[in-house]
Design a protein around this ligand. Structure first.
Ligand SMILES: Nc1ncnc2c1ncn2[C@@H]1O[C@H](COP(=O)(O)OP(=O)(O)OP(=O)(O)O)[C@@H](O)[C@H]1O
Ligand SMILES: [Mg+2]
Length: 451
């Protein structure tokens, strides 16, 4: 099969050659048409001259003129007819002259008729050539447009749809028999790219599994000695193994705080590893939302008081129940609320509000009056170990895992998580919970589904 470029080039060449060729033929035929027309008008004037001849008054100038015309004629019979006519004229025989004039008239009329017929015929040929010279590029252009549409644009559109499908369909699509042209080359390149992506994905999955395994094993191994370190530090700080001086106690307290931080980090990493290896199982149950919000806020009251921040809880409906893994959603809420407290100014207020959003889902919002998050950072902070704000002057230093874990846990509950914020204007972190009901009654959306 020819390439698209070769097809385009050859059809353009055919169009050009046929336009020029037929245009040239038309030009040539038109020239011969002009010649016949001239000859016809010459024949008419010749007939007029012969009619003007008067045998009574012999005119040698006219005879000379007739001879000149005769010399220009190509047809033998016409030349002979004029010679006979001149002879009869010169012989002064009126009868013979009249006979020759008749013969001449007859022949010229015949010649005129044939010429008219030839003119019509050549005219038709000229028109035909001109029509082809004009139609060829027009039809060729239409053909090219049709081919461009079906042979180039449609396959390109097909290719872009297939590429989208490849992305959506978990990278499985391949072109089976690409055509032998530029589009086919594109499809072949796409196939190679797809193969490369698949190979890399397999490698990445293997690496990811190895990483998750390593993190789980390492975390377990680290947690055991940390528990005994924490226990020993507790014994020391509580003066059970002897009284410590103030300076030593302070150092033991720092060691205890850092141990707590390490335990938190290890627990977070274990959680992430479980979620990523899809080995996290949720224990879902129906719970009253208001109670869950209040309980979580109460758990963080000490932290809020130390930071001089007030927490306000507002639930849209006291009877609203949500189907969740309460430990995991509490983990999400704790992270969002502790973040809000961390970044609140002194005497700031953190609001925990639940609403029923436009899609009919329960939405929980945690709003603070902190520094806010720039648009650029709003997506980044949901990735692992990403931190946008310097929290060094706050109560707790984070690791940048809280939001990544929250995002994964909310996804496990089929909800969405996000942030609405502007630099310097506080932030509102929100997440949705699709499964909810009032008391023991299914919510209207679920009623419809059940029906
Ligand atoms: N309410 C907030 N106001 C301003 N920035 C915030 C807020 N919440 C989160 N961030 C930004 O998002 C980053 C990521 O938050 P995330 O909860 O994932 O990590 P962390 O709080 O730093 O550590 P961790 O939660 O793992 O202890 C934070 O470091 C901070 O830069
Ligand atoms: Mg956090």
């Amino acid at each position: 099969m020819k390439s698209i470029r070769a097809k385009l080039n050859s059809s353009m060449l055919i169009m050009l050659v046929s336009t020029l060729g037929f245009g040239f033929f038309a030009y040539k035929k038109n020239n011969s048409l002009e010649r016949i027309r001239l000859a016809v008008s010459g024949s008419l004037s010749l007939r007029e001259k012969v009619q003007d001849l008067d045998i009574e008054r012999h005119d040698s100038d006219s005879v000379l003129e007739l001879k000149k015309v005769k010399a220009t004629l190509k047809e033998d019979d016409r030349r002979t007819s004029i010679s006979n006519l001149i002879q009869a004229y010169n012989s002064n025989n009126p009868k013979l002259f009249a006979k020759r004039v008749k013969e001449f008239e007859k022949l010229e009329r015949k010649y005129f008729k044939i010429s008219q017929w030839r003119i019509q015929k050549i005219k038709k040929t000229v028109h035909f050539y001109l029509l082809i010279a004009i139609l060829t590029p027009l039809l060729g252009l239409c053909g090219l447009l049709y081919y461009f549409n079906h042979g180039v644009l449609t396959p390109l559109q097909h290719l872009s749809h297939r590429m989208m499908e490849f992305l959506i369909d978990q990278y499985t699509f391949r072109f089976s028999t690409p055509p032998n042209n530029e589009i086919g080359n594109l499809e072949r390149t796409f196939n190679s790219l797809a193969q490369k992506v698949l190979n890399n994905m397999d490698e990445l999955h293997a690496l990811d599994r190895a990483k998750s395994e390593f993190v789980s094993i390492a975390s377990h191994e680290l947690r055991t000695p940390l528990t005994s370190i924490k226990g020993s530090l507790g014994l020391l700080s509580n003066d059970i193994v002897g009284t410590l001086d103030v300076e030593s106690k302070e150092m033991v307290l720092v060691a205890e705080q850092e141990t707590d931080r390490l335990v938190r980090l290890i627990n977070d990493m274990l959680d992430l590893a479980k979620i990523e290896s899809r080995s996290l199982t949720l224990k879902k149950d129906w719970l009253i939302l208001n109670e869950l919000l209040k309980k979580t806020a109460l758990g963080l009251k000490g932290f809020a008081t130390a930071a001089d921040v007030n927490i306000v809880v507002q639930c849209h409906d006291d009877s609203c129940e949500v189907e969740i893994d309460s430990d995991r959603i509490q983990q999400v809420l704790t992270n969002l609320i502790s973040n809000a407290i961390k970044y609140s100014p002194d005497k700031g207020i953190v609001r925990i509000v639940s609403v029923l959003n436009q899609q009919g889902l329960v939405e929980i919002c945690v709003t603070d009056q902190g520094p806010g998050i720039s648009a650029d950072n709003q997506n980044l902070i949901f990735e692992k170990f990403r931190q946008a704000t310097d929290s060094s002057n706050h109560l707790v230093k984070g690791t940048g895992l809280g939001l990544a874990i929250s995002k994964a846990l909310i996804a496990e509950h089929n909800g969405d998580i996000g942030v609405r914020s502007k630099d310097g204007e506080g932030s509102t972190f929100f997440f949705t919970l699709p499964q909810w009901r009032q008391h023991d009654k299914l919510n209207p959306a679920q009623d419809i589904k059940a029906a």
